[in-house]
Design a protein around this ligand. Sequence first.
Ligand code: ARG
Length: 275
Amino acid sequence: MNKWIKGSMGMILAAALLSGCGQNNNNEKGGASASAQPSSGSEASGKTLTLGTSADYPPYEFHKVVDGKDTIVGFDIEIAKDIAEDMGAKLEVKDLPFESLLNELASGRVDMVISGLSPTPERAKAVDLSDIYYKAEQAVVVREEDKDKFATMDALKGAKLGVQTGSIQQDIAKGIEGAKLTSLGKISEIVLQLQSGRVDASIMEGPVAKSFVQNVKGLAIADAKPPVEDDGYVIGVKKGNKELLDSVNQTIARLSKDGKIDQYVTEANELAESK
Ligand code: ARG
């Protein structure tokens, strides 16, 4: 058993159990949107599929000004668009704090969560999780001048660590002897703390670490490699929403087979780098 996931996920499970009365509903909207596909079977047009995500996580999901408009982009968002299209639904994206996502799902305020979500046994009890759609490793981000100090996980013992609230990285950090944790809602806030010296290191997904190190001066990825047992990312749907879960898994299978997900990752990285 993973020892690092126990604490924080209990709360989400409890909240999920308490809020079991909400129905997962695709809000019926007036007319079919221009982007919605004609119904290809059982899916009626005019449906909205609501995605919950924490858009602080390039290249997974992040804000970017596109054609003068603040837009949420990233490879998770591209996958969400395909899922909606395959269902003949219109996609609505809600940017929410990462720690709140599974509760929003359990209570039916969002239909699915795509947010670089790692599967854990506790999360699997609270919501239903899809097949794995992408895999990546964890990384330790530090100030450039400290890179050599943090060559191993042992070096993180007693260090000041910044992590995202409710993430598996928070649980990894809790398992590091003597580490002093600063848990924050957004990765950008952690990066500020790193720059100003209030924390010494942060654990985050490798692709996110790379993106921040490329775009923010003075940061580096250390050689320390955090241990993660269940690597890979999944999509969450409300417990028991088999129809949506099947649909999500079908789209994942199609995208994986066609090499689309790797393509989306490459494109999202380019988007994150361009100013
Ligand atoms: N993979 C980690 C987890 O599931 C962190 C995900 C954070 N995602 C985000 N969009 N900020 O706990």
